[in-house]
Design a protein around this ligand. Structure first.
Ligand code: MLT
Length: 247
């Protein structure tokens, strides 16, 4: 992997393929390797940039509170480093939240946005409280309990579960706690999307139990020009459960 120093962290990223720039942003608490199969299908047409978000995979983090906007700033600094003014973004779940923060702050740098199993809505008060509870539990007991609790919710597909569980277990408590707090404090981004100058694609599995497909249908209802791709029989990991349809 390549690394670049940005905003007091070392950000790791893969780059492959040739064509239109497209950044694939992973979700929580994972890393860029979730995109491997989908990236192989896209590499013939796209200049793919696959970052590990701060704290995850091979990227480092900071011991301080940070926001989705800080994570988006990391991606903007990565683009600067690569000499790219503009890119398309496909963000998975939390990676979608980061992509939305990026699109809100840097709309002129986005050529298109795909939200993969993600949403524009902020946390409900209950979800927010649970994130802080989870962060406290991770500080005491480590990331194993997150991996255990999330694995069946990410996908019913055994092959996908066997990949994501050890991947989640390898992430550090600092990354998991930082991201949980950052997700808890994120804002609703629907209004920013309505004014967006770029095309939007929503890719969502109809079996997603972490972020129900209704969230994507609500965005489509508010923004009829968006393209909604509903994936039958797919859960929260479309890029692993249905790489061809996702690509
Ligand atoms: C993710 O898959 O990135 C997260 O579970 C999303 C969330 O918890 O809101």
């Amino acid at each position: 992997m390549n690394t670049v120093s940005v905003n007091n962290i070392s950000l790791a990223y893969e780059r492959l393929g040739k064509g239109v720039p497209l950044m694939l942003v992973h979700g929580f608490p994972l890393d860029h390797t979730i995109w491997t199969e989908t990236a192989a299908l896209l590499a013939g047409k796209f200049d793919l940039i696959l970052p590990d978000l701060r704290g995850f995979g091979q990227s480092t983090t900071v011991d301080a509170f940070y926001t989705m906007v800080d994570m988006a700033d990391d991606l903007a600094a990565l683009l600067d480093h690569l000499g790219l003014e503009k890119t398309a973004l496909a963000g998975h779940s939390m990676g979608g939240y980061v992509s939305l923060a990026f699109a809100k702050k840097y709309p002129q740098r986005v050529s298109g946005l795909a939200l993969v199993a993600s949403q524009t809505a902020a946390d409900t008060p209950e979800r927010k409280a649970n994130r802080y509870k989870d962060a406290g539990a991770v500080a005491q007991k480590g990331v194993g309990l997150i991996a255990e609790g999330m694995t069946p919710k990410l996908s019913a597909d055994v092959k996908t579960q066997e990949f994501v569980r050890p991947l989640m277990e390898r992430q550090t408590p600092a990354a998991v706690i930082g991201a949980l707090k950052s997700m808890a404090e994120r804002e609703d981004t629907l209004a920013a999307l309505l004014a967006a100058p770029f095309p939007l694609v929503l890719i969502h599995g109809d079996m997603d139990v972490l972020i129900p497909i209704e969230r994507a249908r609500e965005i489509k209802a508010a923004l009829p020009s968006a393209r909604l791709v509903e994936l039958k029989g797919v859960g929260h990991m479309p890029m692993m459960e249905a790489p061809a349809r996702t690509a």
